[in-house]
Design a protein around this ligand. Structure first.
Ligand code: TYD
Ligand code: MG
Length: 447
């Protein structure tokens, strides 16, 4: 065994034999941490102990079909977020804060897959705890195999003996390999173990779901480094105080509700995200938003009040604070509203985080509605991005947004004027109000 010290970037996982201030790979400063690594003598590299599927080069045109059969997870939200199901031989990372419901999601999913042989490796909970949780989710027993194990080598032995169709590892931070003398959860362990698991997944064509914890800052050893290794990254997010949970991949979004008996899929998010009675309330505006492929209506809530102390407070939940400040500056400069001495609080209903720029218009409408204490009519919704000069910029997939609003019984929708081009509005029952500038939107909303 040879012992050596390496320095590893805690942001991206790049290593270096000596400490450096700026990471040449990701450009972050002061991210290098010292780790002691004891490598085994050459020749005894990590191995899965399973005979690999031999590969030889093939002619591109002879490779059959681009659409590999996907494994149906029997969960519409999960299937969609995975892009149509789980790809055989892929390594999926499910990341999220502790307690958000990662183990619950995975366990309830594998309990729905009785035709598959599943090995659930838990380094966090005992078999009894898992059984209790499984009973809570669904009382009928399943033949899912449970292994409470933290040694990577032992996990491979278990895999070799049981030959599962799907492996779950809960969580990567508890697993360690004997070949490295570093504690579980350290950067080196996390990186080496996941690289080895990736190799196993590819060689045996067995899909593996890795669970990884992220702390509030998202900076703890693990998931950030892991993102470069795995095939797919899924984020499970939500507020501990809300029951909604969002499962996100780069392209898609799934919504769940945490119940006593596990997570329930939410197939019609709009109905949940609109609180029913805000009749006569100011500071509320409804946006027709799109995340992933699905349009949904969402409530933006604002509270504007005079700042008591010198510095006005600004806070945003579920919306980028810098973007909110930019929108406030637009209102101030272009429309002449005096908001500099006001506290502004913004909230997106349901604890949802929305990245869609089309909710800008509802954000400024909610802010002005609260500021003037004038209500936005209940049956009006909107979609539009706001530019720096106060112009309402066109948004993508406007037909879908209008369609969703119409489906939910809205009577009026404000849309960017540019989006009107080439649109057939004759068949629509909903009234379309095209707006070019922030001022026009205000006149339409508040008269
Ligand atoms: P868990 O899956 O253990 O979170 P993670 O694996 O991400 O750390 O979920 C923990 C929380 O979920 C816990 O506070 C209890 C709650 N919960 C329910 O509300 N309903 C349920 O059916 C289950 C199993 C858990
Ligand atoms: Mg867990």
């Amino acid at each position: 065994m040879k012992e050596k010290t390496v320095y590893i970037c805690s942001n991206c996982g790049q290593d270096s034999p000596k400490w450096i201030g700026k990471c040449p790979s990701c450009g972050e400063w002061n991210t290098y941490v010292e780790e002691v690594v004891r490598k085994p003598a050459a020749g005894t590299r990590l191995g899965s102990g399973l005979e690999p599927v031999k590969s030889k080069p093939v002619i591109l045109s002879e490779i059959t079909g681009g659409n590999e059969p996907r494994i149906d997870m029997h969960d519409e939200e999960l299937n969609r977020v995975l892009g149509g199901g789980l790809v055989p031989g892929s390594l999926v990372l499910l990341g999220g804060e502790p307690g958000i419901g990662k183990s619950t999601l995975v366990l309830q999913t594998v309990l729905r897959l009785p035709e598959k042989k599943i090995l659930y490796v838990s380094g966090e909970e005992s078999a009894r705890q898992l059984k209790l949780r499984a009973d809570r989710i669904r009382p009928n027993s399943s033949d899912c195999l449970i292994a409470c194990e933290t040694s990577l080598e032992q996990i491979y032995v278990n895999i070799k003996n049981t030959r599962p169709d799907l492996v779950i590892i809960d969580s990567i931070q508890t697993i360690s390999t004997e070949t490295i003398d570093s504690s579980p959860g350290s950067l080196v362990q996390v990186r080496e173990c996941s690289a080895s698991i990736l190799k196993f997944a590819k060689q045996t064509n067995t899909p593996v779901i890795l669970i990884g914890h992220i702390n509030k800052e998202g900076s703890i050893a693990g998931p950030k480094v892991l993102e470069h290794i795995v095939d797919t990254v899924l984020q499970f997010e939500g507020d501990q105080h809300y029951m909604y949970r969002i499962l996100r991949s780069t392209a898609e979004l799934g919504i769940y509700e945490m119940r006593q008996d596990g997570l329930r899929q939410v197939s019609n998010p709009s109905e949940l995200l609109l609180s029913q009675d805000h009749e006569g309330m100011s500071g509320v505006a409804i946006a027709s938003a799109i995340e992933g492929v699905r349009p949904f209506l969402i409530e933006t809530q604002a509270l504007v009040s005079s700042a008591v102390y010198g510095n006005p407070q600004r806070s945003a939940t579920g919306f980028d604070l810098r973007r909110m400040n930019m929108l406030l500056a637009v209102l101030e400069k272009r429309v002449g509203f005096k908001l500099a001495q006001k506290d502004v609080f913004l909230n997106i209903a349901g604890g949802l985080k929305v990245n869609d720029p089309a909710i800008d218009l509802s954000v400024i409408s909610a802010i002005l509605s609260s500021n003037m204490d004038a209500e936005v009519e209940r049956d009006t919704c909107m979609a539009g991005e706001v530019g720096l000069s106060g112009e309402i910029r066109p948004v993508n997939r406007i037909e879908q947004r209008i369609g969703e609003a119409e489906k939910l019984g809205f009577k009026r929708i404000l849309i960017p004027k540019h989006n009107l081009q080439g649109m057939d509005t004759k068949k629509l029952k909903i009234e379309i109000i095209p707006v070019r500038k922030v001022e026009e939107a205000f006149r339409a909303l508040f008269g």
